[in-house]
Design a binder for this molecule. Structure first.
Ligand SMILES: Cc1cc2nc3c(=O)[nH]c(=O)nc-3n(C[C@H](O)[C@H](O)[C@H](O)COP(=O)(O)OP(=O)(O)OC[C@H]3O[C@@H](n4cnc5c(N)ncnc54)[C@H](O)[C@@H]3O)c2cc1C
Length: 293
């Protein structure tokens, strides 16, 4: 099977790329290294987002759910839990090797955000089972809570958990590397900060840790100097979302989904030589009503 479009990354840019690509009648596969879609949205599921047009105060969790529902309507192929390790290209085809298989595609949309990463684990054999590396559920817990980490995310978790009436202590292995506004947040909430060497997990009902992430990079020699509009110097290889960089670009969801449409359009034009630049608007396209049947 040769796919028209292989989307790498299942964050907002990747999910919307796959949806939009399928709507342009391209046979599409989306590969996500995590076992769950959502990308960076998974880091702040219980936060409200205010800067997506028409979505004032939407919970990241709800926005993620809406993106997944929209993607699923398109019946794009999804490969979850497969990290793309290597890409090779020859004879106008891309060979995309994941941790489990090799996929063939005519085009690539790299929507890899900041790259595949996993939360760094803390080296502490006795307590490792108790430590949770995902975003905490923001609620009132029965007992005291510990947060471990020196990152802005760890500080933010501590402040948010305090806001739910919890007793929170922050433990750091190294100097806090956080913005003044977060430093003020810790001080204003009277959050106690101790060295990690003083940590004793017995005292806590739950322990959350954010000490940064371990990053994996894709081995691809065929590319890629990026140009404007998500185009690259490699024919058939396009970039969308946070992975796409250009002077002054904002790293926000709204732009990421706009990039996705541009990248899909570029892939469509690459596959269908001579296709007009402007796609048909969705209101005039019968495919969406067919999908909803
Ligand atoms: C705490 C926090 C709060 C934020 N608040 C806002 C906000 O209020 N408003 C806003 O607009 N934006 C906000 N953002 C930014 C927003 O989350 C990003 O702009 C958006 O997620 C970018 O989408 P993306 O799809 O480009 O990348 P990502 O969401 O990073 O998704 C990339 C995906 O690609 C996958 N991937 C990468 N490499 C590989 C590989 N080799 N193989 C397989 N999969 C791979 C990753 O696992 C990931 O799932 C916030 C971000 C954070 C962290």
């Amino acid at each position: 099977m040769i796919y028209d479009v292989c989307v790498i990354g299942g964050g907002p840019a990747g999910m919307f790329s796959a949806f939009y690509s399928a709507s342009r009648r391209m046979n599409t596969v989306l590969i996500e290294g995590n076992h769950e879609l959502g990308g960076r949205l998974n880091l702040f599921l219980d936060y409200e987002i205010y800067d997506i047009p028409g979505q004032f105060g939407v919970l990241a969790r709800d926005y993620k759910r809406a993106l997944i529902e929209q993607l699923k309507v398109s019946r794009s192929n999804l490969l979850l839990g497969e990290i793309v390790e290597k890409i090779e290209n020859s004879d106008e085809l891309f060979y995309v090797t994941t941790t489990q298989q090799t996929i063939l595609a005519k085009t690539i949309i790299a929507a890899t955000g900041n790259g595949f990463s996993e939360a760094k684990r803390i080296e502490h054999a006795q307590i490792s089972k108790k430590i949770q590396y995902d975003q905490p559920a923001f609620k009132q817990y029965e007992g005291p809570i510990a947060v471990i980490g020196h990152t802005p995310m760890a500080a933010d978790w501590a402040i948010q958990l305090m806001g739910y009436g919890n007793e929170v202590t922050l433990y750091t292995q190294q100097e806090l590397k956080i913005q003044p506004i977060l430093m003020d947040g810790l001080a204003n909430n009277n959050i106690l900060i101790y060295k990690f060497s003083e940590f004793n997990d017995q005292a806590y009902e739950a322990v959350f840790c954010h000490i940064g992430s371990k990053k994996y990079t894709i081995d691809f020699k065929g590319c890629i100097a990026q140009r404007d509009n998500g185009l690259t110097n490699c024919r058939g290889y396009f970039v969308a979302g946070e992975a796409r960089y250009e002077q002054g670009k904002l790293k926000l969801i709204h732009g990421a989904t706009h990039d996705a449409m541009q990248a899909v359009n570029a892939a469509f034009q690459y596959i269908h030589e001579g296709a007009t630049y402007q796609p048909i608007v969705s209101t005039h396209d019968p495919i969406f009503k067919e999908w909803l049947k």
